[in-house]
Design a protein around this ligand. Structure first.
Ligand code: ATP
Length: 443
């Protein structure tokens, strides 16, 4: 399968099965905006929930916040986003299509084959709007281009209310907005996306130790969610390409079908952000060590995770095409079959209940069973089509387990549980089913 073909197949599967749709489609869409459908929202929420559990709830050195999307514009002045958060832009003189000058390496415009371009000019990527009824300069606010800054701005309040001691971290997940010049490649680069970020506050002398530690944590997370490790690259960013205040940045890149590109990043940000906010706000943001009495602005290690790129890397890692199909049933399956081998912990539908007959005597108890399991997991009930077709439907959306309820179930009070990856089938007593799945879904 060619790599381009792979992207086309994935985008089409996502649309057809309700993972991700083009946004505003009935109005002809809105360039590069995507909506997560019924299965996509489950997958994305499962990823965010697992991340929060691993990095916030299961640790005593982490706390979360959920800040406002629009912040005082001085935040972006202090962080440097108003003056520096820009990409160089060139424009084709013939058709006026715009390109990012730093990544554009062609002689001719890909749109109209024109050969003349304007000189590069800096284009600020922040979205602006007005707060309140008057559209005046004084009322301009920006949609946050990253979630990170709120963790710095709220730092003193978190220290005061949470009684955390350094080293500790603040985490946040949420939307960020960037007016990207060249969005594209499905959900890889969009103008509205989600991030999961951590600012981990340390004493300067410890930054290297915690940088290594968090890099390992990021690797462990990628393994938890089943991202293909053979497609991951850890790229140390060279001196000239890092921000001046950072002594180390590592980009975690993934082999997407359209090339090796950034998935996540981790940066040592020194105490640059707190220093900037202290200077601009004129507030004391220093941390006071309760034991030594030392006062200082903590240094920061920042692991950052894009949610949408996580979804994409998970789907690309999970997508498995089996030519000629898997002989799950006696039916001859000629065309290829798709199995999404999404990790059980984040699969959108956890269990499908499939009665072997539509007759009430089987379908009613099967529905009851589905309702019982729904208390704990997202369950689908499906009684239409042959059992082979129903298995394939579930394989294609990555459902880890299918439960078939048959006439024997009425007698022996057992059901057949089929495993998506091994296709093994096992008879399990209905009374033991909750326990059976709990053992398999909970870590
Ligand atoms: P890129 O170089 O690809 O533009 P970046 O280095 O600007 O990314 P960061 O500012 O480090 O990205 O943002 C943190 C994370 O947010 C990225 O690692 C990525 O996962 C995600 N991200 C950034 N920009 C976008 C976007 N336009 N669409 C989707 N996800 C994004």
């Amino acid at each position: 399968m060619s790599e381009n073909n792979m992207m086309e197949k994935l985008v089409s599967l996502c649309k057809r099965r309700g993972f991700i749709f083009p946004g505003s489609e009935i109005y002809g869409g809105l360039a590069n905006s995507w909506d997560y459908g019924p299965l996509g929202v489950e997958l994305k929420n499962n990823i965010k929930k697992l991340w929060w559990k691993k990095f916030v709830q299961q640790r005593d050195d982490m706390v979360g916040i959920d800040a406002a999307l629009m912040m005082n514009p001085k935040v972006w002045q202090a962080s440097g986003h108003i003056s520096n958060f820009s990409d160089p832009l060139i424009e084709c003189k013939k058709c006026h299509t715009r390109f990012r000058a730093d990544t554009f390496d062609q002689e001719k415009c890909p749109n109209c084959k024109g050969t003349e371009f304007t000189a590069a000019k800096e284009f600020n990527l922040m979205f602006k709007t007005f707060m309140g009824p008057a559209e005046e300069e004084a009322n301009i606010v920006y949609f946050r281009p990253e979630t990170a800054q709120a963790m710095f701005v709220d730092f003193p309040q978190v220290v005061e209310t949470s009684r955390q001691r350094i080293p500790f971290g603040i985490a946040q997940t949420g939307k960020a907005f960037r007016n990207e010049i060249t969005p594209g490649n499905f959900i890889f680069r969009t103008r509205e996306f989600e991030q999961m970020e951590i600012e981990y506050f340390v004493h300067e002398k410890d930054w290297e130790k915690y940088f290594e530690y968090w890099l390992e944590q990021m690797k462990s997370w990628l393994s938890d969610i089943g991202v293909d490790s053979s497609k991951l690259h850890y790229v140390d960013i060279g001196d000239g390409d890092r921000a001046h205040y950072s002594k180390r940045t590592v980009d975690i890149e993934f082999d997407y079908p359209f090339g090796q590109k950034e998935l996540y990043g981790i940066a040592y940000r020194s105490n640059h952000d707190l220093t900037q906010h202290q200077n601009v706000s004129k507030q004391d943001l220093e941390y006071r060590d309760p034991e030594t009495g030392e006062k200082f602005l903590p240094h920061v290690v920042e692991p950052t995770f894009g949610v949408d790129r996580t979804v994409l890397a998970v789907l690309l890692s999970a997508y498995t095409e089996i030519e000629g199909g898997r002989s799950t049933t006696t039916e001859a399956i000629k065309e290829s079959e798709v199995v999404l081998k999404i990790d059980k912990k984040i699969a959108p539908v956890k269990v499908a209940v499939l009665p072997l007959s539509k007759k009430d005597e089987v379908s009613i108890p099967a529905k009851d069973l589905a309702n019982k399991l729904r208390k704990y997991w997202y369950v689908q009930y499906d009684e239409t089509g042959s059992i082979g077709k129903r298995y394939r439907r579930q394989d294609e959306i990555g459902t880890p387990y299918c439960v078939t309820y048959d006439f024997d179930s009425l007698e022996d009070k057992k059901v057949t549980v089929r495993d998506r990856d091994t296709m093994t089938q096992e008879r399990v007593s209905i009374d033991d089913l909750e326990k059976y799945f709990k053992e398999r879904f909970e870590d």
